[in-house]
Design a protein around this ligand. Structure first.
Ligand code: NAP
Length: 328
């Protein structure tokens, strides 16, 4: 009976610095309820939002204690009553969990659990959830990017950025991406970008404009809006759209820059995706996994007991190189 089993899990009993992520070894393995699945977790993606929630500064604060983590990959261990699409032994990945993914087992609602094709290993499966669903939301549901348009993925070397490059290329866009190191720029090119630029280099936005023959880009997926939004507005072509995916503070812009191009600034929050939108996105991403263009790039991997270090590194260490993942 799985109800008697114990597992290792990270628990957060107070909001604060990364050190509040504590490894507990006597946590009861959760039971799947109606329309839920119990997953034996092999890997769990670490996303920046989990650091904001843990610090207690985010709009959404879970009840304490809690276990972080939404993007797990693993094997179905048991299914609850009413589950029809999944069975014990299936390889899966999730876009949300009920009990928390930084753990050896996690319960997730059936509609947040997706089959993981054999071509992807578990760390790659744990890199799909938030990054690829966010990239899809920004590109398709918000910017309504079309084949033949030019896109700038501003911050393309991390989890969402790699996803946005691969997806944009598959959708037929001309893809520019930025990174802060030569290694990051190589990764951006390997992820499907036609051109890579270094966002730590003086004058790199001039080079981006030159690459468009001065016309500007149609769409920008922006990972650090508080630094880049003003310049983004100047890099857009007529009718261009900036999708605000990431921002870590306020920024001053000149609204006139939007008049000059009749451009749009649009916020992106994966949280607001409807069940229909999630279904559509999951279908396209599954097709990408089968066709081979969707291949998450896993950067650093940390064992579960080093979850605190993974939180420090995702925020403090410059030079992203793909997705940060915990392995169990
Ligand atoms: P990540 O893996 O840590 O990647 C961060 C990216 O930002 C890296 O490519 C990094 O490049 C880049 N960056 C650093 N300095 C930059 C600059 N000056 N200009 C442009 N890019 C810069 O994080 P992630 O998971 O991809 O998430 C990216 C952001 O989106 C985070 O702020 C996250 O909170 C947010 N997000 C929002 C949603 C939503 O629903 N709105 C969903 C998911 C994520 P280098 O390290 O190479 O310099």
């Amino acid at each position: 009976m799985s109800g008697c089993r114990l597992m290792r899990a990270i628990t957060v009993s107070e909001f604060g610095a990364a050190s509040v992520l504590t490894l507990s070894s006597g946590v009861t393995v959760p039971q799947p309820g109606h329309a839920q699945v119990l997953i034996r977790v092999h890997a769990c993606g670490v996303n920046p939002v989990e650091t904001y929630i843990r610090s207690g500064t985010y709009a959404r604060r879970p009840a304490l204690p809690y276990t972080p983590g939404s993007d797990v990959a693993g094997v179905v261990d048991a299914v609850g009553e009413g589950v029809t699409a999944l069975k014990t032994g299936d390889r899966v990945f999730t876009t949300a969990t009920e009990s928390g993914g930084y753990a050896e087992f996690a319960v997730a609602a059936e509609d947040c659990v997706h089959k993981l094709p054999a071509a992807l290993d578990f760390p790659q499966g744990a890199s799909v959830g938030i990054p690829y669903f966010t990239a899809y939301r920004a590109l398709v549901h918000k910017a309504r990017a079309k084949a033949g348009e030019t896109i700038l993925v501003h911050g393309a070397s991390g989890g969402v950025g790699v996803a946005a490059c691969q997806l944009s290329r598959a959708l037929g866009l001309r893809v520019f991406g930025t990174a802060g190191t030569p290694e990051g720029m190589k990764l951006v090119l390997d992820s499907g970008a036609h051109r890579a630029f270094n966002h730590r280099e003086d004058g790199y936005t001039d080079k981006i404009m030159e690459a468009t023959e001065g016309r500007g880009v149609d769409v920008i997926v922006e990972m650090l809006s508080n630094v880049n939004l003003s310049r983004d507005l100047q890099m857009l072509t007529y009718g261009g759209r900036v999708t605000v995916v990431g921002s870590r503070g306020p920024v001053e812009i000149n609204p006139r820059d939007t008049m000059a191009k009749e451009s749009c600034i649009m916020g992106v929050a994966l949280f607001f995706a409807t069940p229909e939108e999630k279904k559509e996105c999951a279908a396209l991403l599954y097709a990408g996994m089968e066709a081979g263009w969707l291949r998450p790039v896993v950067g650093s991997q940390y064992p579960l007991h080093e979850a605190a270090q993974s939180h420090r590194d995702i925020i403090e260490s410059p030079g992203a190189a793909g997705k940060i993942v915990l392995t169990m």
